[in-house]
Write a protein that binds this ligand. Structure first.
Ligand code: GLN
Length: 542
């Protein structure tokens, strides 16, 4: 009905309950915009670009899905109008339509249905979220496609759930149901009768309003679900279960014989850890898109998850790295640890280097992710290794010491790196998706992960320049992980610092509220220790 209502989180919460009932669940996002994927969209406009194992650059809703269900998603689970048209036009050029006129119905809608089938095949239930709002021109083909699916396959094979807003008008002291009535009317005019309404409101929906909505929208009264604002999104599965949402879905889809009672104990533990913290830390996140926190969605979540595992409330202090350039280290005062996240381009990069230097010199826990690792390497190169002109070629192509550069820029004479850059598209394009790396024994990274080989998701173009490995290692930086072929630096740390760890990948994409992530758990622990004046803390478990 309006954007930002939380369709993604609502869908993911339902998925979490269905998973807890023993069903195999997958989720999918259909985005009506014409970009082929969000990879090229500005984080200011579109929020974070979420990366899957297979390297798809997707909508941030996929991040919510993966935090709520255990199924790992791929490029199949995120489809845009651009992708659909790209495929239909390719088929048309190839002559697949045998000279027929290519139209929105059936060709575009068939392609949408094909994508839905491809993503949901092999699962008991697939939850397909359509982005945008009812009434948008762009979303019509998607709505038409799901209408057809229901007609073709029957009401026990496909059901419709619509999320609406029931605004509270303070002056009248009333919740208003009219916008919901209108939105459903609009849906019905294109042939979609919702089976379930999730009514988002500030306060629980009173029975009178629920009845009124049911009457006007032709939805069964018990399927008008009150979806109240929650202070913590991980409460939503519990709340929706208390409203019997999963029961309605199971009944409508005739899944009774396949389900067990919902076991939501893991979600109860998450909520309990959020509500009963025993400690609290403040983390500075020094980045570039801090006014727009959706740009760091997974990062904020991963930090909180790291806290949950030790019952620690994590407060985030978002800082523009340019502020560190103007104000110096004063901008960083009063925090227990510092994180520099991923980013692109030169605006604010020097502030990130200064931030790494400040954390290093003052023994404040530092976590560098992707650009944050590159900034830490530049700091160590400039200020310890004596390579004053060190930089990343992303910001200064002709710098004296390109300690970070495109792989094609620092080919070595051994030929090994050369071969690799020809085999893959590493040079000049993004290195994307899950990549394995080997951890070095005796490092903090190895200790936190507790295994030799780990895989993390990547999204970057530039790399630690191997030509400077020896000089930078001699300056005291330890390379704690390398790619499996030993060619690329994946993680670094400073051994004589309480916690200075950085990685080229984006571990935030693999953190979940139920499990957390070893690096984030270690980082929050280091923040707690820093706050406690460096004392080692007793284990607290969630
Ligand atoms: N801009 C850097 C690169 O492309 C870092 C990217 C990132 O932080 N995701 O290598």
């Amino acid at each position: 009905m309006v954007s930002s209502l939380g369709k993604g989180i609502a869908a993911a919460s339902l998925a979490a309950i269905l998973e807890a009932r023993g069903l195999r669940i997958t989720m999918m996002k259909l985005d009506p915009y014409i970009n082929v994927d969000p990879g090229t969209m500005s984080p200011f406009q579109h929020g974070e670009v979420y990366v899957t194992d297979d390297g798809a650059e997707t909508d941030l809703d996929l991040g919510h899905y993966e935090r709520f269900v255990r199924t790992r998603l791929t490029r199949k689970n995120s489809v845009t109008t651009g992708r659909i048209y790209e495929e239909v036009i390719r088929k048309e050029r190839r002559g697949d339509y045998l000279g027929g006129t290519v139209q929105v119905i059936p060709h575009i809608t068939d392609e949408i249905k094909r994508c839905i089938d491809a993503a949901t095949e092999g699962f008991d239930v697939g939850l397909v979220e359509i982005g945008g709002t009812v009434g948008d021109i762009e979303s019509l083909p998607f709505l038409e496609a799901i209408r057809q699916i229901r007609t073709e396959r029957g009401p026990d094979q496909a059901i419709f759930m619509h999320l609406t807003l029931v605004p509270y008008i303070a002056a009248a002291g009333e919740l208003k149901t009219k916008p919901t009535q209108h939105s459903v009317k609009e849906l019905r005019s294109i042939g979609i009768q919702p089976d379930i309404l999730l009514c988002r409101s500030e306060k629980p929906l009173p029975d009178g309003e629920r009845r009124k909505i049911a009457l006007f929208t032709n939805v069964h009264e018990k399927a008008v679900i009150s979806c109240v604002d929650v202070d913590n999104i991980y409460k939503l599965p519990l709340w929706l279960h208390s409203q019997h949402l999963d029961e309605i879905v199971v009944e409508r889809l005739r899944l009774e014989s396949q389900v067990k009672p919902a076991d939501l104990s893991e979600w109860e533990a998450v909520v309990d850890a959020v509500e009963h913290p025993v400690d609290e830390v403040t983390i500075a996140v020094v980045g570039k898109y801090v006014d727009h926190q959706d740009a760091y969605k997974s990062l904020g979540e991963a930090l909180r998850h790291g806290g949950l595992r030790q019952r620690t409330k994590v407060r985030l202090k978002w800082l523009e790295s340019e502020q560190v350039e103007y104000e110096g280290a004063a901008a960083l005062s009063g925090v227990d640890a510092i994180l520099v996240p991923g980013g692109f381009g030169d605006r604010g990069f020097e502030g990130k280097v200064l931030t790494a230097k400040h954390a290093r010199e003052n023994r404040i826990p530092y976590f560098g992710i992707c650009y944050g690792m590159q900034a830490a390497v530049v700091d160590v190169a400039r200020h310890i290794a004596g390579l004053t002109g060190a930089n990343t070629t992303e910001n200064d192509r002709r710098c004296e010491h390109p300690v970070i550069g495109l792989i094609t820029e620092w080919r070595t004479a051994t030929g090994e790196v050369e071969r690799r850059s020809e085999e893959s598209d590493l040079g000049g394009t993004m290195r994307l998706g899950l990549q394995e790396c080997r951890l070095k024994h005796g490092t903090k990274a190895r200790e936190m992960y507790g295994k030799d080989v780990v895989a993390e998701r990547h999204r970057h173009r530039y790399e630690f320049n191997n030509r400077y490995r020896t000089q930078i290692e001699d300056a005291g930086l330890v390379i704690s992980a390398k790619s499996m072929d030993d060619l690329l630096v994946e993680m670094i740390e400073l051994p004589d610092h309480p916690w200075f760890v950085a990685c080229q990948a984006h571990p935030e994409f693999l953190s979940t509220p139920r499990d957390g992530h070893p690096l984030f758990i270690g980082f929050i622990r280091a923040a707690r220790e820093h706050k406690a004046g460096g004392r080692l803390l007793k284990e607290v478990s969630a």
